[in-house]
Design a protein around this ligand. Sequence first.
Ligand SMILES: Nc1ncnc2c1ncn2[C@@H]1O[C@H](COP(=O)(O)OP(=O)(O)OP(=O)(O)O)[C@@H](O)[C@H]1O
Length: 485
Amino acid sequence: MTRGLTNEGWTNACRRLRANVGDAVFNAWFARLELVSIESGVASLSVPTTFLKTWIQSHYMDRLLSVVSAELPEVSRLAITLRSSTRAPVLPIAAVEGTTDYRATAFDAATPSGETFVQDNRRPARHREKDAGTTADGLGGSPLDRRLTFGTFLVGRSNQLAQVAAERVANARNGDMLLYSPLYIHAAVGLGKTHLLQATAHAVAESGRRVIYLTAEKFMYGFVASLKAQTAIAFKEKLRAIDVLIIDDVQFLQGKSIQTEFCHTLNALIDDGRQVVIAADRPPSELDTLEERVRSRLAGGLCVEIEPLDETLRQRIVEARVAIAQMVQPGFEISPAVVAYVARAITTNGRDLDGAVNRLMAHATLNAKPHTVESAEAAIRDLIRTREPKRVKIEDIQKLVASHYNVSRADILSSRRTATVVRPRQIAMYLSKALTPRSLPEIGRRFGGRDHTTVLHAVRKIENLCSAEAALAEELELFKRLLQD
Ligand SMILES: Nc1ncnc2c1ncn2[C@@H]1O[C@H](COP(=O)(O)OP(=O)(O)OP(=O)(O)O)[C@@H](O)[C@H]1O
């Protein structure tokens, strides 16, 4: 059987299983199950934890075998194995190996103007992204990526303030009164800091002003190299002679003498009315490795955060990426339903959205047919797992705990006091307190109208048991992960 058919069979088997056991149980126990191989009638399936492996083996082997063999008739036995958390799943991902970085394909191959870029794919992804493109400026700054402009930066509620501030900086003219310097932009990974900083650098350069964009790493490297070559004074003068200094990833700035130099440069530029723009993955007050005076100087201008991308913005980013991908692969079609699905499923950041479109493109080529929501789901399944913890519902906690302990949700809500029901009920109450913002009285109400003191007693009891019973502690950890995934 070809890999494409095997993938399809596996996806269908998962769908059957979901229909068979229901969404809550499927999500709890099977969402992380992956097909590794089929050899001599044995389908090898992997899971990430021993607990899941044991649970599936002791409760679901028959049902699992029946759905798998119904879709993949060559399978007569199953083997559940443990996979390492770092290894990439073998199927279906192996089929698109080497193409997971979206920029290495669509975004690299063509810009909206059709321009082609060359890039060294052997360099680590992080550096490749920051240093992609070829327009190194004459001042020894980090190279700018020509694709990262204001034109390609999509604006939504989460990044509007940062975008407006950056554009103001970019549009200012020498001699204008500075509104804020430094402009400090912070955000979690992949939310567009580098994009915005490089867009600013492009726009400033186009206006004829002198701009330098440096990663903190490059700043450190440049300073140390100039010290070695005894050209430190020239290095400082060069930096202080520019109109706009842009430093990315300032959280990586290390070393006392480097920080002192950095602080001098900041002071010299800001005091002289020049613009400084900084980005980091946290606010200045949390830059623990930086000296206090550097932190306070960084906090002295305008500090804005890019917040997680909302669904509408994610959808627009996916649409834009698909449009670029279509320049490379004209037959590549993604239906609005699939775009909406990707935007809903990938909640983490722009980089993961890039990765998802890249996956879809590779899978579409492989399968030679347009994606359905189901095939898209299978193609990007492992990317979805890296998303932020979701809001947990008390009802989901009750369902999961009940299914784990082989009792019904009605038992948990009932007034039954047998040990087989009391313990799951207390665990579910404990998890409700730990994973939701609900108050004790609210939790009590949601557990069959119990008093808040009953909930408090349950929470304390499970906390105490956890310190004595390692197995219970491990089980609770797993529940938490399953519920938040
Ligand atoms: N608003 C946006 N519009 C268009 N593309 C975006 C937007 N936000 C993020 N992206 C894209 O998401 C990817 C990651 O963005 P970027 O590299 O700028 O993130 P970052 O915040 O600098 O991440 P890191 O902290 O890892 O350096 C890039 O391909 C970028 O173009």
